[in-house]
Design a protein around this ligand. Structure first.
Ligand SMILES: Nc1ncnc2c1ncn2[C@@H]1O[C@H](COP(=O)(O)OP(=O)(O)OP(=O)(O)O)[C@@H](O)[C@H]1O
Ligand SMILES: [Mg+2]
Length: 166
């Protein structure tokens, strides 16, 4: 059998929060029920900003406040596809995770997870992994890697968006 060719990661420079939102909104237009997007990056790197764009692309009304879940631990935003938003930064122990309904969310919604690297064993195999880095000067550099068929499809959607730029 032929070995599967790994798809190289996408590397995209994002000069402003608006660019981050626009890229994520484009991605959101390709997201299907069951897709999981794992976000990594230092404090303030732009993970929530990315989820705000994703929400727009999923058809969550623009007036909806999309912020990091804190007290509730999980936020849900109804859209063309419902968005479940989780921040692993707020989870102190993996013992808290089974109660959050993650696996159920993975099945019925699109799920975005900030600080996903904290509990990697809780991520499904098929995931789009997005890492945001802060450059000197403040621009962000996004690195995306896709695992599994949907991870690969979303990675392709991110690449395509670069060709749509005016
Ligand atoms: N591409 C970008 N260029 C410049 N600034 C950006 C960019 N993306 C986001 N920002 C800004 O960075 C700040 C932090 O963004 P955000 O809250 O999304 O980060 P975060 O990674 O979710 O932080 P936390 O680690 O606290 O969850 C915001 O003021 C946002 O507008
Ligand atoms: Mg955040």
């Amino acid at each position: 059998m032929e070995a599967k060719q790994p798809i190289p990661p996408a590397v995209i420079r994002l000069a402003s929060a608006e660019e981050t939102r626009r890229l994520a909104a484009h991605l959101g237009g390709h997201v299907q029920v069951g897709d999981v997007i794992a976000l990594t990056g230092t404090l303030g790197a732009g993970k929530t900003t990315f989820v705000q764009g994703l929400a727009l692309g999923l058809g969550v009304p623009a007036g909806r406040h999309v912020a990091s879940p804190s007290f509730a631990l999980v936020n849900e935003h109804p859209g063309r596809i419902d968005l479940v938003h989780i921040d692993f930064y707020r989870i102190r122990s993996p013992a808290e995770l089974p109660e959050l309904g993650l696996e159920e969310a993975y099945d019925r919604a699109a799920t975005a997870i900030e600080w996903a690297e904290r509990f990697p064993e809780w991520l499904p195999e098929d995931t789009l992994r997005v890492t945001l880095e802060v450059e000197d000067g403040g621009a962000r550099v996004l690195h995306a890697q896709g695992d599994g068929p949907r991870g690969h499809a979303l990675l392709r959607a991110l690449r395509e968006s670069l060709h749509d730029e005016p």
